[in-house]
Design a protein around this ligand. Structure first.
Ligand SMILES: C[S@@+](CC[C@H](N)C(=O)[O-])C[C@H]1O[C@@H](n2cnc3c(N)ncnc32)[C@H](O)[C@@H]1O
Length: 229
């Protein structure tokens, strides 16, 4: 509860604040999530607030061929499938090194044409195909994320979103997304990030948005205002 948020912590650095949030939310806490009984540690999923941002951007209808890197149990994948179901996108490409049973259950539930599953490493796929929109939440190591960013920028990716772009202070081995964020900032993309510490959520880990052109940036910003008013 925010009223319990100690005054001293409000002035503390991000690492101390994140440690406090983790302590306040010991496992096995499972936030209510609609549709499916999502298995495992909820901290492996993006927050619902960030999934709403992702879905809002996809629903804009500006992106036809879209890719998710790192589906896990399909929680974030639902944003893509809802956009496909609504006709806002034409093709949903899903890339993961492990295809979980839960992801298969999610795909069976939606049962939509236009879904392509790529059972491979992200960098292999990005080296041979390009997409209008890419959400990156796969391998969080620096080597992979730097290569993902290099390939995406070389392919002139229009919009890229990425998760965990501010998680590195607490999990130094997950510094890849931070490098990816820096690569897009350096390449001149219009960038946004929600990395706010919120009671009961894990949004401080960071959800990043980068657009190559103003019209796409404005879609990201419009949806950002809904999820981070
Ligand atoms: C943090 S989970 C993704 C969570 C998911 N986006 C969600 O919010 O529900 C990371 C996923 O990335 C996958 N992964 C790991 N390395 C990968 C790589 N090199 N290429 C593609 N996927 C990878 C893992 O198998 C795992 O399913």
């Amino acid at each position: 509860m925010l009223e319990d948020f100690p005054e001293k912590l409000a002035r503390a650095n991000r690492v101390e604040q994140m440690a406090w949030v983790a302590k306040q939310h010991p496992l096995p806490e499972q936030p209510a999530r609609s549709l499916f009984d999502w298995p495992g540690d909820p901290r492996w999923y993006i927050d619902q607030r960030h999934r709403d941002w992702l879905q809002g951007v996809l629903m804009s209808g500006r992106f036809r061929r879209v890719l998710e890197i790192g589906c896990f149990h399909g929680y974030s994948t639902v944003a893509f499938l809802e956009a496909l179901k609504a006709g806002a996108v034409d093709e949903v490409h899903l890339c993961d090194t492990t295809i979980t049973e839960q992801l298969e259950r999610v795909l069976t539930h939606y049962n939509l044409p236009g879904v392509v599953v790529h059972h491979c490493r992200s960098v292999e796929l990005l080296a041979r195909e390009s997409f209008d929109f890419v959400f990156v939440d796969g391998d969080h190591g620096a080597e992979t994320c730097k290569e993902e960013a290099r390939l995406l920028i070389a392919a002139q990716a229009r919009v890229v979103m990425a998760h965990d772009t501010s998680v590195a202070p607490l999990f130094p081995l997950c510094d890849g997304p931070q490098h990816l964020k820096q690569a897009f900032q350096a390449a001149g993309y219009g960038c946004l990030e929600d990395a706010v510490l919120r009671e009961g959520e894990h949004t401080e880990r960071g959800m990043f948005f980068a657009a190559a052109v103003r019209e796409d940036y404005e879609i990201g910003l419009e949806q950002f205002r809904f999820i981070a008013p």
